[in-house]
Design a protein around this ligand. Structure first.
Ligand code: ZN
Length: 374
């Protein structure tokens, strides 16, 4: 064999090896991370039960039902609307695995945009996954993308036109679940998932819908609750309840001209009280430095400390960062305050559940104590 043939063969074998390794990684990313059935879970249903068109599609996703059997209010919790915002789906998983309802019903969707968990955003340098240590061993979760996987929905139009309002946005927003509500049955996969969620809310007459998110520390709406006008009273009481626990949180009315978002469309198109909550996630911010699992878990980044000193951030930020545990603690405390505030004003239609840690309890323990593999 001549020298050039030998080098060609060498590079071919090398390319094959790289393809096998990266291909395995690509396929592994599509495997959903496990979620364990907690003591309060009475049923695991699929979103396609509310919109058949999702059946067998990459948009179909679990709806965990925690029914107390005692009449009362219901709350739908959406985790993973944006799979690159870890406190959102981790809080929903914590709810599924720990909450025990005493009055009313909880519906929890930890992977609202399940397709978005099967890939992550190109050129962002985000890790594929992150590991939470628990007393029973390590547990891995996907660090996904803000949007539906282009393998499942492609191509993007140049301009995305929100169906029910006609508002136009950049083409990539066509795969953003939080721009597709109330959704439509004959739309894109993303719009169909939105439609399924809207149908679930209508069918079950869900009293309160809470969509969990994260935002960059330099984004104005962060560590905040955004509420539909009909949910402002409940959201205000939630803010007061959180302040009593020394959790500072802002309150924003849902802007009328921003369409397709849960806090606007679910409130306008259904009877539910629609609320969205944001925590501060440095790993999705534009000012971040090195992006790795440590940043996802610790939320510590020297560039954000610098940005804070320059007055560029909308949240306090020091060397202790914003750890995932603290962000999950904020979401879980908010959900408990929402139920508490609702029940206080509607004692004839209560919503009560236990089994979740308070913010202080979670800060004293590890996140993994409430996320143990079963
Ligand atoms: Zn988000």
């Amino acid at each position: 064999m001549k020298k050039h043939q030998m080098s060609a063969a060498f590079f071919l074998v090398l390319a094959l090896g790289v393809s096998i390794v990266t291909g395995a990684d690509f396929l592994a990313k599509r495997k959903p991370f496990p979620i364990y059935k907690g003591p309060g879970v009475t049923e695991i249903r699929m979103l396609s039960e509310w919109f058949e068109g999702l059946s067998g599609s990459p948009g179909d996703t679990e709806v965990y039902v925690l029914d107390s059997g005692v009449p009362g209010a219901s709350m739908l919790v959406l985790g993973g609307t944006h799979p690159n915002e870890p406190s959102s789906h981790i809080s929903a998983v914590m709810l599924v695995e720990n909450a025990v309802p005493a009055a009313g019903v909880l519906y929890v969707m930890p992977r609202s945009n399940t397709s978005g968990f099967t890939h992550n955003d190109p050129q962002e340098g985000a890790p594929q996954s992150f590991t939470i240590q628990t007393p029973m061993g390590a547990r891995r979760f996907s660090y996904g993308s803000r949007a539906t996987n282009p393998v499942h929905q492609w191509p993007d139009p140049n301009v995305y036109i929100h169906a029910s309002s006609g508002q136009s946005l950049s083409g990539s927003e066509t795969r953003n679940l939080n721009r597709g509500f109330p959704g439509r049955p004959n739309g894109t996969l993303t719009e169909q998932v939105c439609y399924g969620i809207t149908q679930l809310i209508r069918d079950k007459g869900i009293t309160i819908s809470v969509d969990l998110h994260e935002a960059s520390p330099e984004y104005p709406v962060v560590n905040a609750i955004v509420a539909h006008p009909r949910a402002m009273g409940l959201a205000s009481e939630t803010v007061l309840g959180l302040e009593m626990q020394n959790i500072t949180i802002g309150l924003e009315p849902s802007p009328v001209n921003l369409r397709g978002l849960t806090h606007r469309e679910l409130g306008d198109h259904t009877e539910t009280l629609a609320i969205l909550i944001e925590t501060a996630n440095p790993s999705q911010g534009r000012l971040r430095g090195r992006t790795d699992e440590a940043l996802v878990l610790t939320g510590v980044d020297p560039w954000y400390v610098k940005a804070q000193k320059l007055g560029r951030l909308y949240v306090p930020y020091d060397e202790s960062g914003h750890p995932l545990k603290q962000r999950v603690g904020r979401h879980v405390a908010s959900l408990q305050e929402i139920a508490f505030g609702w029940t206080l004003n509607n004692p004839d239609k209560p919503l009560e559940f236990s089994g979740l840690p308070s913010y202080d309890e979670l800060m004293e323990k590890d996140l993994g104590s409430y996320l143990q593999p079963k």
